[in-house]
Design a binder for this molecule. Structure first.
Ligand code: SAH
Length: 204
């Protein structure tokens, strides 16, 4: 899988090491284990999916761009099965990951138990509000896409921090959006089209 990611253009050494360190098969149902290292999204229950390895690596690489040291505190919205959160924990000092569906939050807890990721904190709640207690964040990453990037995320991003999220842009299609926060304001960059599950408010 790591060689395939490299061939697809992923080159950051820490990101490749993290993708190699976290076993993706631990995060999918037994019936799908033989597809765990394919470059495909897979169902994880409750209508949600584990993102493609290539998308996980691409987004984390964007967060790590130009850095050789670990990221500081990171907020993830949409824990799902916990796979991306586990990868993030390898390249960050602290990770807070929020999930709005209790069933998946619990599944993720089970999946990461035994991996001894002391810096990974799984939280049950509505990630559209962010998680103010952990702010400011060096990086924010969302695994679900809405119409716009919630203002709470931008507020909770540190100056010098970066946010990567799918969002519907002008043309009515989801694109990967990067927001860099500087002392003078925020800079938004729209990248390639993507397909993520919807960002929803409230918990269930
Ligand atoms: N990174 C995950 C991908 C899960 S799919 C993984 O590696 O498996 C995206 C997840 O975002 C879904 O589980 C969905 O329930 C969750 N989600 C959607 N809106 C949310 C919100 N407002 N707060 C927290 N989680 C949300």
């Amino acid at each position: 899988m790591v060689r395939k990611l490299q061939a697809q253009g992923v080159s950051h050494p820490a990101v490749l090491a993290a993708m190699g360190a976290v076993e993706r098969h631990r995060f999918v149902d037994t019936a799908l284990v033989n597809q765990a290292y394919e470059d495909t999204s897979l169902p994880i229950g409750l209508g949600q999916t584990i993102s493609k390895p290539n998308v996980v690596a691409r987004m984390i690489e964007l967060l790590c761009e130009g850095r050789t040291e670990k990221l500081g505190r990171v907020l993830e919205i949409g824990t799902g099965c916990g796979y991306q959160a586990a990868v993030l924990s390898q390249v960050s000092r602290e990770v807070y990951s929020m999930e709005r569906l209790r069933g998946l939050h619990e599944k993720a807890r089970e999946n990461v138990r035994g991996l001894r990721l002391a810096n990974l904190h799984l939280l049950f709640g509505d990630g559209m509000l962010g998680f103010a207690q952990g702010a400011p964040y060096a990086a924010i990453i969302a695994a679900a896409g809405g119409e716009a990037i919630p203002q709470a995320w931008i507020d909770q991003l540190a100056v010098g921090g970066r946010l990567v999220a799918p969002a519907v842009t002008g043309v009515g299609q989801q694109h990967l959006v990067v927001i860099d926060k500087t002392a003078t304001g925020v800079k938004k960059t729209v990248l390639e089209p993507v397909l993520f599950v919807p960002l929803k408010s409230g918990v269930a």
